[in-house]
Design a protein around this ligand. Structure first.
Ligand SMILES: [Zn+2]
Length: 459
């Protein structure tokens, strides 16, 4: 039944005359977002103090692509994640200021573990002092305005462009779910699934000058945990590409790297080395024969409600208060506090899902959360008839891990273990993958693709 997947080109089926006359407009902009004041870093709960200076600048960058009436803004960031509230606030301000609908905005985070902590309530889970916790609000407020202005700057930069696509690979990303008799542990596992694709979208001026390179990779941005701000391998890859191609803006899109780590890891030199490898992969793609992309773009955005398992009984939470594990203590106190204050504990969470379609050739599907690598395969098989399928994770919200049915059933850190370090009640119920893939098909349909009804059973 897969073979009967029909490729419907609603977007392109306007008059051919209009199509021929249209051309791409593209704009780029960047803003440095490295905190000016000492702040806690995000990603490793074991850190006990704020960052100690800056090794490499952190950036937010924007690329606007416009064809005809439609625009999409790719906003990429050297951050652990864009929290939902921040994405919602920026989207609202951008809608009012620039008339851009939500579906036209994609926020992606590189998931560097050497950027500032900006996720709600992590101050409690990390044990920050009150004054340190306040910095999160101060930083986030400034970042919100910086992102709105960044998008405005990219829109102001719109000028005629041509686009092309090519793909390469890099192999430093490895599966990190190592099976043992006691369950899955976080260690290099060469037998586990990976996705080594390096998708590369290039933007040129009509005269052929290269202006921007949007590229992706599916791997945790965790070569190191040093105490100085830096963008890890993805940050070094972007700065290397910008050195390799002077005048270019390089924008990194984190893929389905939820259960993938860069190996070897543990030293800042390795972050630079992996960054160079990724920049070299991009360079190879740039020199490959290019797939020209015709000027046609459309996007769609939705949210699917993911379900959590019911909370543990109160007695179990009370027992955890006495745990020797400080994180287990904090989590049980957090949940018991909410119960005692009669505050609602939501047992669902809205996961954002977005599709960006470029002509007949390329579709990018961007999913919220720390998306595990299985979703690359699942999304690609859903869009089987599209030549190039780019699957982004860490998009529009990074609420926590997004396990596939396989990972959820296997258990371990990405299946729910990681929820100990944050506010989600977790783990997700067994419906998580079906709900996400239903959302993927919904946004796919909204941008003009159609899927056979039997697809659900076949995944
Ligand atoms: Zn992570």
């Amino acid at each position: 039944m897969f073979r009967s997947l029909i490729f419907v080109s609603l977007l392109l089926c306007g008059t051919s005359l209009t199509f021929a006359e249209e051309q791409w407009q593209a704009g780029v902009a960047r803003v440095a977002i490295t905190p000016g004041a000492p702040m806690w870093m995000a990603g490793y709960a074991s850190r006990k103090k704020p960052a100690e200076g800056t090794l490499a600048e952190l950036y937010a960058k924007a690329l606007v692509l416009e064809a005809g009436e439609n625009r999409v803004v790719f906003v990429t960031t050297d951050l652990i994640g864009i929290p939902r509230t921040l994405a919602v606030n920026v989207s609202q301000r951008v809608k009012e200021k620039y008339k851009l609908p939500r579906k036209s905005l994609l926020f992606n985070a590189s998931h560097t573990h050497c950027g500032p902590e900006l996720r709600p309530e992590r101050d409690y889970f990390y044990g920050m002092a009150e004054a340190e916790a306040k910095q999160i609000g101060v930083y986030t407020e400034k970042l919100e305005t910086a992102l709105v202005e960044l998008i405005g700057a990219a829109l102001a930069d719109l000028q005629p462009a041509t686009l092309s696509y090519a793909k390469s690979t890099a192999d430093f990303s490895k599966n990190r779910r190592f099976p043992t008799d006691e369950g899955f542990v976080n260690r290099q596992y060469n037998e586990g699934p990976t996705n080594h694709d390096v998708p590369v979208l290039q933007v040129f001026s009509p005269a052929g000058e290269r202006r921007a390179i949007l590229f992706g990779y599916a791997c945790h941005n965790t070569s190191t945990g040093i105490m100085q701000f830096n963008g890890d391998y993805a940050g070094f890859a972007q700065s290397d590409i910008e050195k390799d191609f002077p005048g270019v803006t390089a924008l990194f899109v984190e893929g389905t790297g939820g259960d993938q780590n860069p190996y070897p890891r543990g030293k800042i030199e390795l972050a630079r080395q992996h960054g160079r490898k990724l920049a070299d992969a991009v360079k190879r793609a740039v020199h490959e024969p290019q797939q020209p992309l015709p000027p046609a773009i459309d996007s769609a955005f939705t949210e699917v409600e993911l379900e959590f398992e019911p909370l543990p009984p109160r007695a179990a939470l009370e027992a955890d208060v006495e745990s020797k594990n400080v994180y287990r203590q904090r989590k049980s106190r957090y949940l018991l506090g909410k119960l005692d204050r009669k505050e609602p504990i939501a047992l669902t969470y809205p996961c954002p899902i977005q599709a960006i379609r470029i002509g007949e050739t390329l579709v990018m599907v961007a999913i919220g959360g720390e998306v595990v690598v299985d979703y690359s395969r699942l999304v690609k098989s859903t869009f089987r008839s599209v030549p190039f399928v780019w699957v982004a994770g860490y998009s529009n919200d990074v609420f926590g891990y997004l396990p596939s049915a396989r990972v959820l059933a296997e258990g371990g850190y990405e299946a729910g273990g990681a929820m100990l370090y944050g506010p989600l009640p977790g783990p997700f119920t067994g419906s998580v993958q079906d709900r996400v893939m239903a959302g993927v098909r919904r946004v796919g349909t909204d941008v003009g693709f159609s899927f056979p009804k039997s697809l659900e059973q076949q995944q």
